[in-house]
Design a protein around this ligand. Sequence first.
Ligand code: NAX
Length: 332
Amino acid sequence: AKDPVRVLVTGAAGQIGYALVPMIARGAMLGPDQPIILHMLDIEPAAEALNGVRMELVDAAFPLLGDVVATTDVTVACKSVNVAVMVGGFPRKEGMERKDVMSKNVSIYKAQASALEKQAAPDCKVLVVANPANTNALILKEFAPSIPEKNITCLTRLDHNRALGQLSERLKIHVGEVKNVIIWGNHSSTQYPDANHATVTTANGEEKPVRSVVADENWLNTEFITTVQQRGAAIIKARKLSSALSAASAACDHIRDWVLGTPKGTWVSMGVHSDGSYGIQAGIIYSYPVTCDKGQWSIVQGLKVDDFSREKMDATAKELVEEKTLAYSCLN
Ligand code: NAX
């Protein structure tokens, strides 16, 4: 049998945590033959609820689940972890200034970066889910300099999957027949969902550009974009709670594709350290189309960018640069 992989979930007593830990324990993240040891971290006020989740994991009798560590001690939580999914954070509450929320999350991510740097396995892969996801990942990277920057990413796969879902509904085809949408930039309402390179697979196995099969091409430049950008708000309106099962599922997709590889001819969106590709400022965490092989992601190069896309890719980069400045101002 394979050696178990230690997976950390922070904020594990929260909504996404509750949907995510059973998916991990069932093999949705690392495969159906990969034993897991789950590390769950939350804060003191949630300690009892966290223990309840631990009890349910025991009660579920998952064959792949070797052990569960449930703790409010960040040092214990990070010990020897191979994968870290950072879901815990400080949510924006009504009436709070952007700077106040940023400041809370900067201090959380600074502290957790140090714990990961000291405790995690050397090649630990990190996925930040908690908002502001890109900037929390940036802070984590800054304060965990010994973790390779390629190992620190943020979640935009939910937005990517939402874009696939919208195309599938519009074209009345199964979601598995659509691929290669792109989410550029920030996991916020300035993100740019781009279907210019997306394709559909027809019944005879042929691949056609989405642009050539949608009845109303203008929809791709208007409603498609705003629906994906505002989907999170639409879920809150309907559920009175923010997205949880779809976020958990996307987190599994993100790690699975990163570790096990993307299918041939398919790319996915991940928030990654920018190297300046596509004229985006280097050093920010920006969502790009990536392919993954042998546990490494690479940005898909050479895609044609028209003026419409250029403007939207730059606008979301500008927001990330502003967030970076705000985050740094919170450090002093
Ligand atoms: P919840 O409020 O239900 O859960 C958050 C949990 O984190 C709570 O149990 C809380 O006690 C814990 N927590 C707070 N500070 C912590 C710390 N310092 N260390 C460890 N745990 C801590 O929120 P939930 O709905 O689960 O969402 C979690 C985060 O995901 C939020 O920041 C949310 O904005 C973000 N999202 C990001 C998405 C993405 O695509 N990147 C989509 C879904 C989601 O909105």
